[in-house]
Design a protein around this ligand. Structure first.
Ligand code: PXP
Length: 239
């Protein structure tokens, strides 16, 4: 199981005061020293946290593979093709949302997503789609030619204890369907050291992308220790 560290909220803190610190690049370097396997950053259209310059530096000045999260919009597609990250994760984006709400509407947006996926794949960039664990959506993702899906764990992580089993069942089914179709299965959103035990019941997981809880914890213990704690929690639940 790999851990991808989403460092967006290091940039959120920086943007709150318009300073040059804290630097997401430093966070990525500390995360790599703690044993993280990848770095994720979301370049949002409104540039509320990560900036273009961050992506340029994260691509060239830290050792881990860079997963660039982005919406399917021309300006960011062109920028991503210039930067050539190791992986692109296409996500839905709404201006007023606090965080990425729900997965991509792969079925509804199929015609718009196809050319984008094709451009990235032909540039040699791996593409992942951030989706709900829904069979038709997973099948459409496969048909589009991507090799990775990231299952949105938000509904499970945010559910009450009564509702969690139903949400977990959906994720288990989704991971099974994706794996049967030959897709790599990643997961992310809302994962904490408290709920990671449940998340790890999802089969065929390759990588978990974790941001907010990990960066929040790092305020108290530092990012290196926060990443180490998360890796320990993963190892503990995996037995
Ligand atoms: N994966 C994707 C595709 C996301 O959009 C996010 C949030 O930016 C995450 C993972 C990480 O979610 P969280 O910050 O809740 O850990």
């Amino acid at each position: 199981m790999k851990l991808g560290v989403n460092i967006d909220h290091i940039a959120t803190l920086r943007q709150a005061r318009g300073t040059s610190y804290p630097d997401p690049l430093d966070a990525a370097i500390f995360a790599s020293r703690a044993g993280a396997h990848g770095i994720t950053a979301h370049l949002r259209e409104d540039r509320r946290h990560i900036q273009d310059e961050d992506i340029i530096r994260l691509k060239s000045m830290q050792p881990l593979p860079l997963n660039l999260e982005m919406a399917n919009v021309p300006e960011i597609i062109d920028f991503a093709l210039e930067i050539n990250p190791d992986e692109i994760c296409l996500v839905p984006e709404k201006r007023m949302e606090l965080t990425t709400e729900g997965g991509l509407d792969v079925l509804g947006q199929y015609e718009k997503l196809c050319p984008t996926v094709e451009r990235f794949l032909s540039a040699g960039i791996e593409v992942s789609l951030f989706i709900e664990p829904d069979r038709a959506t997973i099948e459409a993702s496969r048909q589009m030619g991507v090799s990775i899906v990231e299952l949105h764990t938000g509904s499970y992580c945010d559910a009450s204890s009564n509702e969690q089993p139903v949400e977990l069942e959906k994720l288990i089914m989704g991971a099974q369907v994706a794996n049967d179709l030959g897709l790599q299965v990643n997961a992310g959103h809302g994962i904490t050291t408290d709920n990671i035990g449940g998340v790890l019941c999802i089969p065929h997981l390759n990588m978990l992308n974790i941001g907010h809880s990990l960066i929040s914890r790092s305020v108290f213990v530092g990012i290196k220790e926060a990443v180490e704690e998360m890796l320990m929690a993963i190892n503990e639940y995996q037995g």
